[in-house]
Design a protein around this ligand. Structure first.
Ligand code: CA
Length: 507
């Protein structure tokens, strides 16, 4: 296919471009420019001579400074750049780049089929969620859930499943430490996840620090909703008590039905993981296009991952609708800067060996690709980890970038579905809500043809536009949320553990 470009340059100011495929040395990549070294796919090639100390520019931003002279045509790897300072958090702009709603792409579908809730977003699934207050109860609850699946669920054809919401929190922790509010809020909010339909079932051990009254209001902290393992005489009695409570909850969940709902009843999350240098060209901008369609249609879209937006903060601040989310954004960034500093690292601790192999030189390059998944909509609200949104539109929800910590945090915030962009590939999934996986390269989709749901790689080869893949992602989101389509991770039951973020001390 001779129309396929050999390299992709993003902005005119860029002095590097990314190789679309593995390139040998001596390949003419554009008139007058040949590669000096072999360039691995997704890695950067210098478009001009870059003298030592001068800026290496991609996405129109400075990724870093050349440690030595880099002649045009050279491969630029992660060892050749010095990281710039992270952008200042003082005097950030706000409301200087607000794209009007009518300029966002129009949704191709304006309703979906969901489970309406008394308050908050609708459910995408009808699940019984059994939430533990402490890790000590996890083994019992997991076994009970296996029995519920076998012995009770066949009686309730309108219930999609039952899930053991287990996590590492609950005891042996400094429960009154200021930062303990984060994991406590996560447990509190996950009990009320939209996919659980308001049916509360909480199982504790009996001597843990995280007590029921810390996660439930008095009217819900009742024997109908909570069960304490230490109250029961032995294995059979405690199992039977869990099964009996589950049976009562399942009878209520069985009454629920999907109904046609407007998009403003939908809350979805965006995340990326195992990114490569194509993520920011193909998968993330396509997801951003889908996010813009959702926002235009009235839905709420959440994006996260503090270390992966830190270098793009001025761009995000300019998209904040007013001073309040701008200030909250700066606060969340500052908190995380301090959190990393206490651990003796900075934001550059983020990129993984896989990211680097995928051509991402450092966290600046990763961040510029990562924020593309937020599209172009104005940011209406900024949340702390595991908080629930109170507004519709695009939300920045601060979470760690770690895939298996960001996901549970967004779940606690109430997402009914997550869209996950990957370059290197991950089987990642969540049991509480479906995860649609979008890969950045065609080769990834060919390699993991039955693990990745959507390929955005055709954007790099010019076979599809961002708008086409973005529309495809949008339509997948509504189909999966409506229960019309199943993701690969749900087909196989590939579901990650819920690692709630706990920045507070463990005792
Ligand atoms: Ca991630």
């Amino acid at each position: 296919m001779n129309h396929v470009p050999k390299i992709i340059q993003i902005k005119e100011a860029d002095n590097v471009a990314v190789a679309v495929e593995d390139l040998a040395a001596g390949v003419l990549v554009r008139p007058g420019l040949a590669t000096r070294d072999p360039i691995p796919q997704a890695h950067k090639v210098a478009l001009a001579d870059i003298p030592a100390g001068s800026a290496i520019v991609r996405y129109g931003v400075v990724l870093g400074y050349a440690k030595a002279d880099i002649p045009a045509g050279s491969w630029i790897n992660e060892h050749m750049l010095k990281l710039p300072e992270s952008p200042s958090l003082a005097d950030l702009p706000y409301a200087t780049n607000l794209v009007p709603r009518e300029q966002l792409p129009e949704p191709t579908r304006t309703t979906w089929m969901g489970y309406r809730n008394a308050q908050g977003p609708a459910g995408t699934r009808n699940l019984l969620g059994i939430v533990t207050t402490v890790q000590c109860a996890a083994g019992v609850v997991r076994m009970a859930v296996e029995r519920i699946r076998r012995e009770l669920l066949p009686k309730y054809p309108h219930v999609d499943g039952v899930t053991a919401v287990t996590h590492p929190y609950g005891c042996g922790v400094a429960i009154h430490a200021p930062e303990a509010e984060i994991p406590i809020r996560a447990v509190t909010n996950v009990i009320r996840h939209p996919n659980f339909g308001g049916e509360i079932m909480v199982v504790g051990l009996g001597c843990e620090k995280l007590t029921y009254d810390m996660v439930l209001p008095p009217e819900d902290n009742t024997p109908e909703n909570v069960l304490t393992l230490q109250d029961y005489a032995g294995h059979d009695a405690m199992m039977q008590a869990i099964l009996d409570m589950a049976d009562r909850k399942l009878q209520k969940l069985e009454q629920r039905r999907r109904e046609e709902l407007p998009l403003n009843q939908l809350l979805i999350g965006m995340q990326c993981g195992g990114s490569d240098a194509f993520s920011g060209i193909t998968a993330n901008p396509s997801a951003g296009y889908a996010a813009d369609m959702l926002v235009r249609g009235g839905a709420t879209v959440m994006f996260s991952e503090v270390t992966e937006v830190r270098d793009g903060v001025p761009l995000l601040a300019a998209r904040c609708v007013d001073r309040e989310p701008r200030d909250r954004l700066a606060e969340e960034m500052r908190w995380y800067d301090d959190y990393l500093a206490e651990g003796g690292v900075d934001r550059d601790a983020n990129p993984t060996p896989g990211n680097k192999k995928g051509g991402l030189a450092n966290i600046v390059e990763k961040a510029m690709g990562s924020i593309a998944k937020s599209g172009t909509s104005p940011i209406v609200q900024v949340l702390s980890p595991a908080e629930k949104p109170t507004r519709h539109g695009l939300i920045y929800a601060a979470t760690p970038a770690s895939d298996f910590v960001c996901g549970p945090s967004q779940v606690a915030s109430g997402i009914g579905l997550q869209v996950f962009m990957t370059g290197r590939g991950t089987p990642y999934g969540l049991e509480i809500c479906p995860v649609i996986k979008v890969c950045s390269r065609k080769e990834m989709k060919e390699h993991w043809f039955d693990l990745i749901d959507i390929s955005a790689g055709e954007v790099a080869t010019g076979e599809k536009t961002i708008a086409q893949v973005g529309t495809e992602i949008f339509e997948w989101i509504l189909a999966v949320a409506s229960g019309e389509k199943q993701t690969y991770s749900d087909q196989y039951g590939f579901h990650n553990d819920l690692c709630f973020f706990n920045p507070a001390p463990i005792t």
